[in-house]
Design a protein around this ligand. Structure first.
Ligand SMILES: NC(=O)C1=CN([C@@H]2O[C@H](COP(=O)(O)OP(=O)(O)OC[C@H]3O[C@@H](n4cnc5c(N)ncnc54)[C@H](O)[C@@H]3O)[C@@H](O)[C@H]2O)C=CC1
Ligand SMILES: C[N+](C)(C)CC(=O)CC(=O)[O-]
Length: 487
């Protein structure tokens, strides 16, 4: 039976939590008095459905059931976990905790608070030990980080249980060992934000110029190496010690001494908001969210291929789910495997106004690559000198894919032996094929440049799937050559 999460407060962050839990197979009950909450959450959910599955290389779990509760009591009834995401006001959060604990005194309650310490949240609570900080990052359904901040009143086993729940929905719980205002990451964000406000207020840079300074340079570095590893490399061969010797004196210079905050008044708000409108006002917020999400998918997939940073979390999540699916006998159970989810992007459209022909093969390649990862022929395997090479492909174009369409790639194994793999890939829109790709792949010793048997651990995963797929009907298109008439 699906586990249940109660989401109290369904705004930007609550909506993101709801989407992450739902797409990871949890049932979700939301309570938010805002009459617009249901519409807003359905829009966030649509964005999440279009993006999160693209990070997974194995079939996603069946989506949980979403419900909207009329009261907090109704929302938390039977909940295995509660995530509080109401507005950032301490007295409101206290009131909400009291209501939750009246109906569910022992349930774990993670708070999304950006700045309050857990001991502040726990003040006057009936059961303080079950309230802790689980601070996420927007968009919650794509970014893995959740800062988990306990106070001394939280029993360690309860904190570990909460971290396991967060891992279950693909997150990276970062245990913050000492409670502090604004935790770890928001301390940085506030420092950067404060400096940016000064730069705009003093007329040194516009909002757009500041964004270019981040996204063309150090922002890209931070996303994959963070701060200390980046600076270690910047120290050259002598590493961190040399970096500190060279740049240590700057700590005394004026450029690192701006710690006061510009006066927060209407003038500053209008200046920043006006520049931001000029910079990005031609996009709606939902459009910006979709641009952000598809960029994040690209970054995260690259990191996943390299098993680095946030990509490691994605791999570990797949591996855990893959093991569970094997244990439940759900992998290799005789159905074509759903191996890819893609969204048709603007650059894929040709002069005929539909998806250009090479992208159907691209969709097939993505589907096939995900299948190869599933059976263990992944980047580590390739780094070890073995891989599958495609020897032959036959693409059939059956229907049109248009801009924005959601496509799903499935794999049916038609045959396999130690060296060969015969696949039938279907690229589906709304469940019907827009293209099929029949492929023969050869297992190769890359150094010798010759075919050779696949590793036993790969065959151990491949063969049960091939065996189970023998029971599937053979697609009519298999073996069909170009121009052949159907009879
Ligand atoms: N927006 C952001 O970038 C991030 C915000 N957070 C934290 O997440 C929490 C929520 O922030 P946002 O989602 O941005 O705010 P928001 O304003 O988008 O959503 C807050 C929601 O709480 C609802 N609410 C108010 N009183 C309520 C009650 N008594 N019961 C249930 N719902 C109630 C409101 O109707 C609203 O929909 C805050 O604690 C914030 O610090 C954490 C990470 C990032
Ligand atoms: C601006 N903020 C303090 C609410 C930001 C966060 O808490 C985290 C984020 O997503 O940037």
């Amino acid at each position: 039976m699906a586990r249940k999460a109660a989401i109290i407060g369904g705004g930007v962050i609550g909506g993101g939590w709801a989407a992450r839990f739902l797409l990871n197979g949890w049932d979700v009950a939301v309570f938010d008095p805002d009459p617009q909450a249901e519409r807003k959450i359905s829009e966030v959910l649509a964005n999440a459905r279009a993006s999160l599955p693209a990070l997974s290389d194995i079939p996603m779990p069946s989506e949980g059931v979403l419900s909207f509760a009329g009261t907090i009591t109704e929302a938390v009834e039977g909940a295995d976990y509660v995530q509080e995401s109401v507005s950032e006001r301490l007295e409101l959060k206290h009131r909400v905790f009291a209501q939750i604990q009246q109906s569910a005194p022992n349930v774990l309650i993670g708070s999304s608070t950006s700045g309050f310490k857990p001991s502040e949240l726990q003040e006057r609570a009936a059961n303080p030990g079950s309230i802790f900080v689980a601070h996420p990052f927007n968009p919650v359904y794509l970014l893995p980080l959740a800062e988990v901040v306990p106070s001394p009143r939280n029993p360690p086993e309860a904190v570990e249980r909460a971290k396991d729940i967060l891992r279950d929905i693909g997150m990276f719980p970062l245990h913050v060992r000492k409670e502090i205002d604004a935790h770890i990451a928001d301390r940085f964000l506030e420092a950067v934000w404060r400096e940016a406000l000064w730069l705009v207020k003093d007329g040194i840079a516009t909002t757009e110029e500041i964004d270019e300074a981040i996204r063309m340079g150090f922002g890209l570095r931070w996303g994959q190496m963070g701060l200390f590893e980046t600076y270690r490399v910047a120290g050259g061969e002598a590493g961190m010690k040399h970096f500190m010797a060279q740049f240590g004196p700057c700590l005394q210079w004026p450029w690192t001494k701006l710690t006061d905050v510009p006066e927060f008044n209407d003038g500053l708000v209008d200046l920043i908001a006006g520049q931001s409108d000029a910079q990005s006002g031609h996009h709606t917020i939902r459009e910006l969210e979709r641009i952000r999400d598809s960029n994040l998918i690209g970054f995260l997939r690259a990191l996943k291929d390299r098993n680095w940073g946030a990509g490691k979390v994605l791999r570990a999540h797949d591996d855990k789910r893959k093991a569970a699916l094997h244990a439940e006998g759900k992998i290799g159970d005789g159905a074509p495997l759903v191996m890819a989810h893609l969204r048709v992007l603007p650059g894929w459209i040709d002069y005929n106004g539909h998806m250009t022909e090479s992208r159907y093969l691209f969709a097939g390649s993505e589907t096939c690559d995900n299948f190869l990862r599933l059976i263990g022929a992944d980047m580590d395997y390739v780094a070890g000198g073995h891989s599958y090479y495609t020897a032959e492909s036959h693409v059939m174009h059956l229907d049109e894919a248009k801009l924005g369409d959601a496509l799903t790639g499935t794999v049916q194994v038609l045959g396999a032996d130690e060296k060969r793999l015969h696949l039938f890939l279907s690229i589906l829109k709304d469940g019907a094929p827009v293209a099929t790709v029949e492929q023969i792949l050869l297992h190769v010793d890359m150094k010798a440049g010759k075919s050779c048997p696949a590793a036993p651990e790969v065959l151990a995963k491949l063969m049960p799937i091939a065996e189970a797929h023998k029971a599937l009907p053979r697609p009519e298109a298999v073996g069909r050559h170009v121009g052949q008439r159907k009879s």
